[in-house]
Each structure stands twice: as structure tokens, then as C-alpha cells.
Design a protein. Structure first.
Length: 132
């Protein structure tokens, strides 16, 4: 096993910064998370072959929920608030319907919440009154 030195970490950080500065980074992230989510959902759906009922098979529902929890991150990258609402609703639906959430769906939710917190305005809870 190779130990990471200070120079090794700085090379990794420089490479990560270059990759995140690329305009295609959100799409690559979205596709990667979607593939991982679909793979996990298909593996988990094999354990519950009955699905949600006679009209909705488990694999189809699992794939749709997996895509709903990851795809908005890349498709709505310039609008993190809209992506956050859709991803949070899809995660809630996944938890209510299947009692399971994919790791990629949780990662997408954490990424969009981080983006909202970092880019959003800091609002004060109470109105400030100026002394006259």
C-alpha cells in the first residue's frame, strides 16, 4: 500500500479542481450517480418481486425512483432549488414506498443540499430594527 505524502494529496486536489471546473462535470456526475443508483435498485428489487401491486412491477418502479433521485442533479444544475425539491420528494417517495434509498440517491440529495447552502443567501430569522 502506498502512503500519501503532502505532494500526493496536492496532486489529487489539483486534479479534482481541474475536473470540477470542466463544464461537463455536472453531466458526468449525474450519469455516474444514475448508473450506480439503477444498478443498486435492480439488485434490491430482486428481493421484492411483487412490486407495488399487479400493475407496477418492482424493477420498473425501482429504476424510475432511482432515476428520479439522481437525474435532477445534472439536468437542473443551474437551478439547485428546483433540483433539491425534486430530489427530496423522490427520496421521500422511495422511503415511503420501498423503505429503501439508494446510496447514489442519498449522495445526490447531500450534494444538492450542499449547493443550496453554499450558494444561497443567508437570511436572518428575525427582522432587524435600526435604532433612530
Amino acid at each position: 500500500m502506498v502512503a500519501m505524502t503532502a505532494g500526493g494529496w496536492s496532486r489529487w486536489l489539483r486534479a479534482a479542481r481541474r475536473a470540477s471546473a470542466d463544464s461537463r462535470a455536472p453531466a458526468v456526475l449525474c450519469v455516474g450517480l444514475a448508473v450506480l443508483a439503477v444498478a443498486q435498485a435492480l439488485l434490491q428489487s430482486r428481493a421484492a418481486p411483487d412490486g407495488l401491486g399487479p400493475g407496477v412491477p418492482a424493477p420498473l418502479f425501482a429504476v424510475l425512483i432511482a432515476l428520479a433521485t439522481t437525474a435532477p442533479l445534472g439536468l437542473l444544475w443551474p437551478q439547485p432549488a428546483a433540483a433539491g425539491i425534486i430530489i427530496a420528494a423522490a427520496c421521500l417517495l422511495a422511503l415511503l414506498a420501498t423503505r429503501a434509498l439508494t446510496v447514489a440517491g442519498l449522495a445526490a440529495l447531500l450534494i444538492v443540499v450542499y449547493r443550496l447552502g453554499r450558494a444561497g443567501e443567508q437570511r436572518v430569522a428575525a427582522a432587524r430594527q435600526d435604532a433612530a
